[in-house]
Design a protein around this ligand. Structure first.
Ligand SMILES: [Zn+2]
Length: 276
């Protein structure tokens, strides 16, 4: 069984503030250890469930957060950026299941460190006119490859967001949002044990495998800056809904790849790198 893990940081056990998840934040280095240990718990669960291979993609901000020497040595790590598929780099139809570790709710939701890819630049995203964030886009793209997301960990808001997309996916809340930068934490040892247990259970269960679908979907993105929205239509197929919203239609893997290009263009225009 080949398992894919996309690892973000805002939804990691014990982390609640930008200082915990962004370099050179005061607690960022400690945050890296916390992130690596949450991922290790998921990796242990995967191998306990019979995984033959676990690929981990560092999917947060600089994408150099996970500590290779602390990471479970049975897992293979993708580190650094840019990557054509960003938070989903390395995923393909050959994987049997995907796990989202350390995820957060989308922009506009009251969740710990909630945002959508670029905290200051992206106001809203829609998939077929349904509000969506990093969670829903990853779930839809993995499904298009025929790969089910079987587990998500993060704050309670992130868990609720995925359950609204797909109630069949297991979730582990490691903290309960009190505000965007405050949470009631699940004790660290308890949270990690819950992640390991849920990973083993989810991967041992008969999970539903989505059929590969190449149907066209429509992605719309509303930017804080009209400047970004005025440049993107230079890309063939990209249109404008209004001064700050662009839209494009295509299959999910193509849309996700193109969306990562949007992030590169927006970074160049605004000098604000995505922190996913
Ligand atoms: Zn992130």
């Amino acid at each position: 069984m080949k398992v894919y893990i996309s690892a973000d940081m805002e939804g990691i056990t014990g982390l609640v503030d930008a200082e915990d998840v962004q370099p050179p934040g005061r607690d960022y280095e400690r945050g890296r250890v916390m992130m690596t240990e949450d991922v290790n718990a998921a990796v242990r669960g995967a191998f306990a469930a019979g995984a033959s291979e676990v690929l981990v993609n560092d999917a947060h901000g600089p994408m150099r957060n996970l500590l290779p020497d602390l990471l479970d040595q049975r897992a293979v790590l993708i580190k650094g950026r840019p990557k054509v598929m960003g938070m989903m780099e390395g995923l393909s139809a050959e994987y049997d299941a995907a796990l989202c570790i350390g995820f957060h709710a989308r922009a506009g939701i009251l969740g710990v460190l909630s945002h959508s890819f670029m905290g200051h630049e992206i106001e809203d995203i829609w998939l077929d006119d349904r509000p969506v964030g990093e969670i829903g886009l990853l779930h839809a793209t993995a499904a298009a490859y025929g790969v089910p997301v079987v587990l998500l960990t993060g704050d309670d808001a992130a868990c609720a967001e995925l359950t609204a997309w797909d109630p069949s996916v297991a979730t582990v809340p490691v903290k309960y949002a009190k505000d965007r930068f405050a949470a009631q934490l699940v004790p660290v040892a308890e949270a990690r044990a819950a992640i390991e247990d849920a990973s083993a259970k989810a991967l041992s269960s008969r999970f539903k495998v989505p059929t590969v679908d190449n149907q066209d979907r429509t992605l719309a993105v509303r930017w804080q800056s009209a400047s970004v929205a005025s440049h993107l239509p230079a890309i063939p197929g990209v249109g404008k809904r209004d001064d700050r919203t662009v839209e494009v239609t295509g299959t999910m893997p193509d849309l996700y790849r193109l969306f990562n290009l949007f992030l590169r263009v927006a970074t160049a225009i605004t000098s604000n790198p995505p922190y996913c």
